[in-house]
Design a protein around this ligand. Structure first.
Ligand SMILES: *Cc1c(COP(=O)(O)O)cnc(C)c1O
Length: 226
């Protein structure tokens, strides 16, 4: 596994997707998802120039943070149990999976400073997926103003695991439209300029549809779990 090569390939593909859609490369933050790989491989990604790392479990995040530390910026991308918030809150810059008030309350209580959050939305409506139904998002975000330490940086979704490009595009586009609705509210606690969407299989389409944060695992750092 040549991670440096992967970083070059992915960077090139992002650049091209930006060109196709008239966007700037600097608008896109690449998060290398290291949940499938060892500490050593996550470290290799950092050595290859990756700044942002994403983990979906509190234990995985703690383990890698203890070894790699604050030279990487840490993103929590998985469903987070409220009782584990205290274990990760001091090490992360961003949570991508805010989906309930009880979690917001716990983040607010434990955070020593404002925490940047993406509200997770289940755009595709699949039962297996976490996140709020689209029609509950505005009410949910309005209520988050009760929790001073929460800043809503944007919305996040996971697209269905399919090849159908048009359906993927529709999913991403719906999230963008929803984000624009939130932006138009001009809520101080919810600037909501960000879109966390796009993974190894679909990040190019996500970028064409406006992604500001792509979460890429297997295509950047591979998998060691299978
Ligand atoms: C695992 C995971 C990813 C990355 O998946 P790949 O398909 O390996 O790129 C992105 N986002 C979330 C929320 C994940 O759990």
């Amino acid at each position: 596994m040549d991670i440096k090569k992967n970083v070059e390939t992915v960077t090139d593909e992002i650049q091209k997707a930006c060109e196709r859609s008239g966007r700037e490369f600097s608008e896109v933050t690449v998060i290398a998802v290291t949940k499938y790989v060892s500490i050593e491989r996550a470290q290799e990604a950092v050595n290859a120039g990756i700044i942002h790392l994403g983990e979906n479990r509190a234990e995985g995040l703690q383990e890698k943070y203890n070894s790699i530390g604050p030279k990487a910026k840490w993103h929590f991308i998985g469903s987070l149990q409220s009782r584990k918030v205290k274990n990760v809150i001091d090490t992360i810059t961003t949570i991508h999976s805010l989906d309930r008030l009880s979690l917001a309350k716990e983040i607010h209580k434990r955070a020593k400073q404002k925490i940047s959050c993406f509200v997770q939305v289940n755009v595709s409506g699949e039962e297996s997926k976490h996140g709020l139904p689209p029609d509950e998002v505005l009410t949910f975000i309005e209520r988050l103003s009760d929790y001073d330490n929460i800043v809503v940086e944007g919305l996040m979704t996971m697209a269905p695991h399919i090849e159908d490009e048009e359906r993927l595009r529709t999913t991403f586009r719906k999230l963008r439209e929803l984000k624009e609705e939130v932006e138009q509210k001009n809520w101080a606690h919810a600037p909501c300029h960000g879109l966390s969407m796009g993974m190894s299989n679909d990040f190019q389409i996500a970028i064409e549809e406006g992604a500001t944060h792509v979460r890429i695992g297997s295509k950047l750092v591979g998998r060691e779990d299978q």
